[in-house]
Every structure is written in C-alpha cells, then in structure tokens.
Design a protein around this ligand. Structure first.
Ligand code: GLC
Length: 504
C-alpha cells in the first residue's frame, strides 16, 4: 500500500473491551480480536483504530492511562499486541492506536510520585488553591484536593489528572511513547482530546502552543514513513480546525460536524460543502464519521424526531422508530462511503446495532453517568459487547458473562445470522466497502443538480451517489445500478435510500 494510504482508507474502530472475549472473563481482549481478524479482512476495511489498550484502572474505559508503554492485563500482553500487529499486517490491515496526551491516571507512576514528593508535581497542574472555577467535562468541579491540601486539575474525571504541557519533560515523554509504538509497527495514532493540551488561567481549548507539539510529532511520524496522526478535534470554528491539518501537522481529523448532522438534506449539503471548503485549500483529505464509542448509535438516532447528536442533549429514551432509523442508517452508510476522503466504521455499525437504552443503572460504568448525578445516561449504550453468533447472550462474544448485558433481541443481529442474509446490514457494508476500495476514497466530487429533495454527486471514477431525503420516491438518474441501501421499485428511489450507479 502507498505511503498515503490514509487519505482514502476505510478505518474500523475497535472498542476492545466490547469486541470479542478470548479468555472467558466477559471482557473483550487481544485474543478475541486476533481470532476475529478474518472477519475484519472479509469486511473489507483497510485499517483498525483501537481505543486505549494500556494498563488502566478503567475509570474512563481506558482513557485513564497508567502506563503508556504497556498493555492492560485484562486485554493481554505486549507480546500478544506485537503478534496482533504482525497478523493484521499479514492480512494487509494497518493498525492505529489511541494516544492520550491531555491527561493520565492517578495510578500512573508520575502521579504517584507527585503525590509522594511535591518537588515533582509540575508534570501536572497542582496548586494551593483551584486557579479557576472550571467544571469537569464529565460534570462536577475540575479541581480535586489531595491529602496535603493542594489541588490538581482534571478536565475529565478526578482519576484523570491533566498533564502540564508547559513542562518539557512531558513533551519528551510523549515523543518517546510515539517512538516506542512506531518501533513496534503501529501505523498511526488517534490523538485523544487533541485540542485541550495547553492551559492558561482562563482557557484550555485550542491554545496556540498546541501546534508546536503536533509539528514535532509530525516530524517523528515522517521519520518512520507511511504513518498517520489523526486528531480528535471538536472545534466548530473551521478556520481554527483547519490549523491542525496544515501540511506539517496532523494528517487528518475526525469530522464531528458530519457526525452530529441531522438527517436533513439542506443540513447535510451544508456540512459536506463546509467540510470540502475547509479541507481542499490545505490539501488534507476529509473524514466521514457516523458514530464512535462516545455517541448515540445511528440506528436509534436517525429514528427519532430530532436526528442531531449533541453531547449535552443525548435525547436518551426519546421515542425512536428503529425501522426508520435502520433504513436511514443504511442510506447514511452509503453516503459516507461515497464521499471523498477516508471513512470510519465503529464496531457494530456494520451489524446495525441500536443504542441500548435500557441498561440497568447499576451496570452503568461511564463516569459521565455518575458525575452527572444520573441525569446524563452516558455512553455505555453504544459500548455493549458485540453479538457474534447463537440465539442467546453472550451471543458468541466469549464464554463468560459480558461486562455489559446484551439485549435478548440481538439474536437477529449476530454476525452469523447476517452473513447468510443477502439483505443484511453486514452484507451491505461488505459490498459497499469492496466497491469503495475500487471506485471511491481519496479524490474529488461534483454535485449534480438533481431532484429537489435529493443529494446527488459524482466521483472521479464516474460513480454517482444519490440519496433521497424527501418524503416521496424519485426517479433514478441514468446509469447501471451497482448497489442500493434498500429495495428499489421500477427504477425509482424510495425515501431514505441511497443508490450507487455507474455509466451504463
Ligand atoms: C475523548 C474520548 C472519550 C474520553 C475522553 C477523555 O473524547 O473519545 O471516550 O472519555 O476523550 O479521555
């Protein structure tokens, strides 16, 4: 594969805890993932992105990292991780891992040393008094007091102390960590909370100094060749967002405008145009993301009256017509895969899993839930372990009881049940990813002026993608139909359906 494989890649996100359990303890792990590599190969993706796999007390699902150079024992060992990277590479699949530079864990060696010895506290933000009245992103105050009276800053949970990036030691540490994993063959990093690293007394989002860090990281990535840096940058200001993607900084960043966009023709067209206007002048490929481990699953979201996504207003429990949501999720998948750039598939999206909204409160583990006093249900509902096979839980996830309970109704959604069903979501993803590899990915697109309520464009290869967002069926443009997200009747495209065509 070329050095710029990432420009048009289809990247599958693995939330390891919930992917597949190889040792029967109810927690997904590397053994489970390795055993399912053939499934991922067959699905047709180019790369995997794994959420943090480091040793962690799991106060925030692994985003509280205790050791950046190890593997969480519940997930396996460093040797297994190295084998996994090799096996994925043998199948032609790249491996991207998460790096979490904004904060650490209270169980990390550095934080424990800081607690024991106040002279090494300047790797974090310690102070005699809270320096401001910031609230943590998960709710509650962002400052916590330690037994000797000082306070430390944590933008997320108290178990996640923020690093002090004004300290050169922190820079050195992360440069070493990048090298550590590049040496072991990883093909890239997804950078967690990438815009939050630097702090002033009054602000923590998108301070200018952060760009110096990514310029340096880019130099390191370039030394290895063919490696990619992907930013988690939630910034509505496009000009500020684009600064992260300058040619000597990050390669790509997640498109959260697209992810949050309602199922609405004008809004989708606006967001696609905005994305292209932001990316084209700097030569960075756009990314197209419908879901991840932090957001409501599309099948549920698209079935609601309000189809936007917002962290603060998750609309948990709002009525959802899941049949409608499923149809739209299929149409959205073909739309996302046809757009120019790279595309992400969050595990379970290819199975059409809905959000699990009826988890009992006592099994919820997301700190967002506890820290909001139960007012925000948090993100557990999109992290339920995958159903692989069989008629009842644990649906082939492993032999133990999964760490979050799976709905009984998921027997219809197992990978096994879908494999032989030609009309299944799984087979739609397989067919689409195969065609995408040949005809789509990196490049440009041209809007077609089409029917009023239709989103239609062509790609460099000649493929036309048409999505009907209106209430009525519309005639299809001329061409040979390659794939459609739902059944077509007499050459017309029903509402909430996408079709791919090529010139006949
Ligand atoms: C990112 C991650 C999220 C995590 C947070 C703190 O937004 O995607 O899961 O809780 O950062 O690390």
């Amino acid at each position: 594969m070329s050095q710029t494989w990432w420009r048009g890649a289809a990247i599958y996100q693995v939330y390891l805890r919930s992917f597949a359990d190889g040792n029967g303890d109810g927690i997904g792990d590397l053994a489970g993932l390795r055993s399912r590599l053939p499934y991922l190969k067959d699905l047709g993706i180019d790369a995997l992105w794994l959420n943090p796999w480091y040793p962690s007390p799991m106060a925030d699902g692994g985003y509280d990292v205790a050791d950046y150079r190890g593997i969480e024992p519940d997930f396996g060992t460093l040797t297994e991780a190295e084998r996994f990277i090799e096996e994925a590479h043998d199948l032609g699949i790249k491996v991207i891992i998460d790096v979490v530079p904004n904060h650490s864990s209270t169980e990390s060696a550095w934080f424990k040393q800081a607690l024991a010895d106040p002279s090494v506290r300047d790797r974090f933000w310690f102070s005699d008094e809270p320096l401001n009245d910031w609230q943590s992103i998960f709710g509650g105050p962002a400052w916590t007091q330690v037994p000797d009276g000082q306070w430390y800053l944590h933008l997320f949970a108290p178990e996640q102390p923020d690093f002090n990036w004004a300290n050169p030691e922190v820079h050195q540490e992360f440069e070493d960590v990048l090298r550590f994993w590049f040496e072991r063959g990883v093909d890239g990093f997804r950078i967690d909370s990438a815009a939050l690293l630097f702090k002033s007394d009054t602000a923590y989002e998108d301070l200018d100094e952060v760009h110096g860090v990514y310029r340096r990281w880019r130099e390191i990535a370039d030394e290895y060749g063919g490696r990619v840096l992907i930013g988690e940058v939630w910034l509505p200001d496009q000009e500020r967002f684009a600064r992260y993607l300058r040619p000597d900084e990050l390669h790509t960043a997640f498109n959260f405008d697209f992810l949050s966009c309602p199922w609405d023709l004008d809004e989708l067209r606006r967001v696609i145009d905005l994305t292209l206007t932001t990316h084209t002048p700097i030569g960075a490929p756009p990314t197209w993301v419908l879901s991840n481990h932090d957001v409501t699953r599309p099948v549920t979201r698209y079935g609601r009256a309000d189809t936007t996504f917002e962290h603060g207003g998750r609309l948990h429990g709002a009525p959802s017509d899941l049949e409608l949501g499923y149809r739209r999720a299929r149409a959205a998948a073909l739309l996302a895969m046809a757009l120019p750039g790279s595309v992400y598939v969050y595990q379970g999206e290819e199975l059409g899993l809905p959000e699990v909204e009826d988890l009992p409160d006592e099994v919820r583990q997301d700190p967002m839930y506890a820290r909001s006093g139960g007012t925000n249900p948090g993100r557990d509902g999109c992290r339920v372990p995958l159903p692989w096979s069989g008629e009842e839980p644990p649906f082939g996830f492993g032999t133990g009881t999964p760490w979050l309970p799976q709905p009984d109704s998921w027997h219809k959604l197992t990978a096994e049940a879908q494999r032989t069903d030609l009309g299944s979501m799984l087979n739609l993803y397989r067919s689409a990813l195969r065609l995408r590899a040949e005809l789509l990915g990196d490049g440009t697109m041209t809007w077609l002026s089409a029917e009023d309520r239709v989103l239609a464009f062509t790609r460099d290869s000649g493929l036309t993608c048409v999505t009907n967002l209106g209430p009525d069926p519309v005639p299809l443009p001329a061409g040979r139909l390659l794939l459609a997200s739902g059944p077509l009747e007499d050459g017309v495209l029903p509402p909430d359906t996408t079709a791919w065509l090529v010139p006949s």
